[in-house]
Design a protein around this ligand. Structure first.
Ligand SMILES: Nc1ncnc2c1ncn2[C@@H]1O[C@H](COP(=O)(O)OP(=O)(O)OP(=O)(O)O)[C@@H](O)[C@H]1O
Length: 685
C-alpha cells in the first residue's frame, strides 16, 4: 500500500523536469497518477467503410496502403508523409506530419486501422495524423476500442501519460490482490463492487462498456467512502474531547425577551440545538445555515450569551474589518445592556489600543471579542475562551479556525454560513459538523423585485434608479471582478463611478468603495453612505458589502452574467432589509443558455436554498463549492448530484463502521485507519 504514496519520480523515466510537468496536473504521487481518470471516452468500436463516412466525422477505418511519398512542404515546413488508403468502397489521403520514420513501417500493401477526423480536401476525403495500428503487427492488441480522453496540459502528452499508467498498472498486477485493495472486504461483497485493481485497469483501458460501468461504480463508491469516513472520523474524534459544558438557558431566554422583535420559530429551534450542544461535555461543532437576512446574528448572539453566563469568553471572527466593526456595533447594542462586555480587535487599531485590548482579553475583563484575523494573532491570549464563532461564507481556512480553537480548552465552534445549500448536501459537505438551518424569514420582509436587463437597456435602468433616489432612497452599483485582477478591477470601478457621476447620476452624490482603500477610507465611505451623504455607492465585490443600510433599496449588478447564482443572491441580500420595496437590476451582455436560465432563476426566486439547488442542477457542485473543491473534497469521479444514491449507501456503511468502532481501533479496521490518517495528514485537515 505505502508505496503508492511514493513520488512519481520512482517510476522509470520520470526525472525532476517531468515531475514538475506532472505537478501541473496535480499528479505528485503514484496514487495521484492512477487516479488521474479520463474525462471521457471515444467509442472506436464501429469500423466504417470510406463510402459511409460523413465529412467532419471522427471514425475508425480499416485501409490498405497504396504508394506513398515523403516530402517537405514549403521549404522548411514540417515533413509530410502522405499515403493513399483504400478499402473496397473507395480511397482517401492520409497525412502524417513530422514522422518521416513511419515510411519504414508503413509500406505499400500494409493493412492498417486508423481513427481520425475525416475532412474533404482538394483530393477528396482526407485525414491527418490519425491514431493507427498496423494489422497483423504485434502492436495490434494495443488498439483501444473505448479510447480514454485525459485532462492534459501542453507539457504532458496523452502518450506519455498512458505509458506511465500502463507501466504502473503492470507493476500492480504482479502484487497480491488483497494487498492492493483499500476497501474493507465486507463492503465489497455487500455492495457487489469490483476489486480496486480491476476498476483501475478498466477505467483507464476499458475493453467493454460494461466493464467501464462496473469500474466507475466502484471508484465512485470508493471516493465517497473515503471522504465520508474521514470527515465522520474527525467528528467522532472531536466528540471524544472534553469541552467546557455551558448552561445559560435562563440568560438566553432573558436575552430573547430584550430583543425589539419576536424571534422566529426557526431561530428559536436553532438556538435550542446550540444550547443542547453547549451543555454537553464534548465541544460543539455546528454549522448554522441561513438565507441572507434570516437573522443569523441573533442566533450567534444567543450562543455568546450562554458563554458569558458560564463566566467564560467568546470570540467572533469576521472576514473584513467593516464586517467586524458592524458586528461589534450590533453586539454592543444588544449585549452590553445585559452586562456583557464587548471588545473589538482588528488589524488597524493603534499599537497602544491593541495592547490594551489584548491585556483586557487576557485578564478576562472582556467577555466577547469581535475581530478579524487579529483575533488569532500570536499575542492574543484568552483567560478562558469557551466559544468561537466564525463565518464559513468567507472561508477562514480550516487551519486558522484551528489556531483560534487552540487558544482555549477545546472551545465550542459555531460556523455561520450564508451560502444556503440543500440540507442533505450540507450534511455531506460538512460531514465534520452538525448542521442547523434557519429556514424561515422574519415577518414582513418584501421580496426584492428583480429584473435582468441587457446592456442596451442600461440607460432605462438608471432612469428607474433615479426615481428611487428622488424618493430619498439609496443604491448600490456592483461591478464584477475582472479576471481576478484587483488592479483592473479597481480601474473598472473607478471608471464606472466617474462615468455615473459625470453623466447619468450627475445630480446625486456617487461614492466609491474598493478593496485597495485603507480601512480608514473604507470606514469613512461606509459612514457617509449610512448617514445618507452618499446616495449611490459603486463597489467592487472585493469589498464585502456586508453592511446593513435599510434605506438602500436599489442594487444594480453590472455584468451580472459573470457571477454565480449563489453570489448574486448574496449581493442582492444587501437590499430589501427595510420597510420599503427594493429593486435589483441584473445588467448583462447578450447571453446564451444556460446563463440566461440562471438570470431567470434570479428573477423568479428569492429563496436561497431553492437558488442553490437550481445552481447545482445547472452547473454542478464544482462551481458552487468552488473553494471547497480542494484537498480532501477534490472529487475526481464522484459527483454529489449525479451519484446521490451511491452516496446515501456510503453514508449508511460509514455509519455502521463507526458505530461499532468509533476510534477505528479494532484489528480489522487497522488498514482503514492507516489510510485515513494518511489522508488527514496529506490535507492537513
Ligand atoms: N425575528 C426577527 N424579526 C424581525 N427582525 C429580525 C429578526 N431577526 C433578525 N432581524 C433583523 O433582521 C436583520 C438581518 O438580521 P441579521 O443581520 O442577523 O441577518 P443575517 O442572517 O446575518 O443576514 P446576512 O447574511 O444578510 O448578514 C437585522 O436588522 C436584524 O435585527
Amino acid at each position: 500500500m505505502e508505496d503508492l504514496q511514493a513520488n512519481i519520480r520512482s517510476l522509470k523515466g520520470v526525472g525532476p523536469k517531468k515531475e514538475q510537468r506532472f505537478l501541473k496536473l496535480n499528479i505528485e504521487t503514484l496514487e495521484d497518477l492512477l487516479y488521474h481518470f479520463p474525462r471521457g471516452y471515444e467509442d472506436r468500436r464501429e469500423i466504417k467503410k470510406i463510402r459511409e463516412v460523413e465529412e467532419g466525422e471522427k471514425t475508425s477505418l480499416e485501409l490498405q496502403v497504396h504508394p506513398l511519398k515523403t516530402r517537405r512542404a514549403f521549404g522548411k515546413g514540417p515533413s509530410l508523409l502522405q499515403l493513399v488508403g483504400k478499402d473496397d468502397t473507395g480511397s482517401m489521403v492520409i497525412t502524417f506530419f513530422n514522422q518521416p520514420y513511419l515510411s519504414q513501417r508503413i509500406t505499400p500493401g500494409t493493412k492498417m486501422r486508423i481513427y481520425g477526423e475525416v475532412k474533404r480536401g482538394p483530393r477528396g476525403l482526407e485525414t491527418a495524423n490519425p491514431d493507427f495500428i498496423l494489422l497483423g503487427d504485434k502492436g495490434e492488441n494495443s488498439w483501444q476500442e473505448i479510447f480514454p480522453i485525459y485532462p492534459l496540459t501542453k507539457d504532458v502528452s496523452h502518450k506519455e501519460l498512458v505509458k506511465l499508467i500502463r507501466m504502473l498498472l503492470k507493476g500492480i498486477k504482479e502484487r497480491a490482490e488483497e494487498n492492493f485493495e483499500n476497501l474493507p472486504n465486507p463492503l465489497i461483497e455487500e455492495n457487489k463492487l469490483c476489486r480496486r485493481r480491476m476498476a483501475l485497469e478498466h477505467i483507464h483501458f476499458p475493453q467493454k462498456a460494461k466493464g467501464l460501468k462496473v469500474a466507475k461504480y466502484r471508484l465512485v463508491y470508493e471516493e465517497f467512502f473515503f471522504l465520508m469516513i474521514t470527515l465522520n472520523f474527525k467528528k467522532a474524534k472531536v466528540l471524544e474531547q472534553q469541552g467546557t459544558p455551558l448552561q445559560g438557558g435562563k440568560e438566553v431566554q432573558n436575552y430573547l425577551e430584550t430583543l425589539p422583535f419576536q424571534a422566529t420559530e426557526a431561530q428559536k429551534t436553532v438556538i435550542g440545538e446550540i444550547l443542547g450542544d453547549l451543555k454537553g461535555s464534548a465541544p460543539m461543532s455546528r454549522l448554522v445555515q441561513g438565507d441572507v437576512g434570516s437573522g443569523k446574528t441573533v442566533v450567534a448572539m444567543a450562543a455568546l450569551v450562554a458563554a458569558a453566563a458560564g463566566n467564560t469568553q467568546g470570540a467572533m471572527m469576521a472576514p473584513t474589518e467593516i464586517l467586524a466593526k458592524q458586528h461589534y456595533k450590533t453586539l454592543s447594542h444588544f449585549l452590553e445592556p445585559l452586562g456583557i462586555s464587548i471588545g473589538l480587535l482588528t488589524g488597524s487599531l493603534t499599537p497602544k489600543k491593541k495592547k490594551r485590548m489584548q491585556e483586557e482579553i487576557r485578564r478576562g475583563t472582556i467577555d466577547v471579542v469581535v475581530g478579524t484575523h487579529a483575533v488569532i494573532g500570536d499575542k492574543v491570549e484568552f483567560r478562558n475562551l469557551s466559544l468561537v464563532i466564525t463565518d464559513e461564507q468567507h472561508r477562514f481556512g480550516v487551519r486558522q479556525r484551528k489556531t483560534l480553537s487552540g487558544k482555549g480548552k477545546n472551545p465550542h465552534v459555531l460556523v455561520m454560513s450564508a451560502t444556503p445549500i440543500p440540507r442533505t448536501l450540507a450534511y455531506i459537505l460538512y460531514g465534520d459538523l452538525e448542521v442547523s438551518v434557519i429556514d424561515q424569514m422574519p415577518k414582513g420582509r418584501k421580496p426584492v423585485k428583480t429584473q435582468a436587463a441587457e446592456m442596451k437597456g442600461r440607460d432605462r435602468v438608471y432612469e428607474q434608479i433615479k426615481e428611487e433616489l428622488n424618493k430619498g432612497r439609496q443604491a448600490y452599483v456592483v461591478c464584477p471582478l475582472i479576471e481576478e485582477s484587483e488592479t483592473l478591477d479597481l480601474n473598472a470601478a473607478m471608471d464606472l463611478q466617474e462615468q455615473l457621476q459625470g453623466n447619468m447620476l450627475k445630480d446625486y452624490k456617487v461614492g466609491l468603495l474598493h478593496g485597495k482603500m485603507s480601512y480608514i477610507e473604507k470606514e469613512q465611505i461606509m459612514k457617509d453612505f449610512t448617514d445618507g451623504k452618499i446616495q449611490v455607492l459603486v463597489s467592487t465585490t472585493v469589498v464585502e458589502v456586508g453592511v446593513d443600510v435599510p434605506n438602500a433599496t436599489v442594487m444594480v449588478i453590472e455584468n451580472a452574467e459573470r457571477f454565480g447564482l449563489a453570489q448574486l443572491h448574496q449581493l442582492r441580500g444587501r437590499i430589501g432589509r427595510g420597510q420599503h420595496q427594493s429593486y435589483c437590476y441584473l445588467l448583462h451582455q447578450k447571453v446564451k443558455e444556460p446563463t440566461r436560465r440562471r438570470l431567470e432563476i434570479m428573477e423568479q426566486s428569492h429563496d436561497g436554498f431553492e437558488i442553490s439547488q437550481k445552481d447545482l442542477e445547472i452547473r454542478g457542485p464544482g462551481e458552487l463549492f468552488g473553494l471547497r473543491q480542494h484537498g480532501i473534497y477534490n472529487l475526481k469521479i464522484a459527483n454529489f448530484f449525479q451519484h446521490q444514491k451511491i452516496l446515501q449507501k456510503v453514508q449508511q456503511d460509514v455509519k455502521k463502521i463507526l458505530l461499532e468502532d468509533p476510534g477505528l481501533e479494532l484489528e480489522k479496521n487497522r488498514k482503514l485507519r492507516g489510510i485515513i490518517d494518511q489522508k488527514l495528514q496529506r490535507y492537513r485537515d
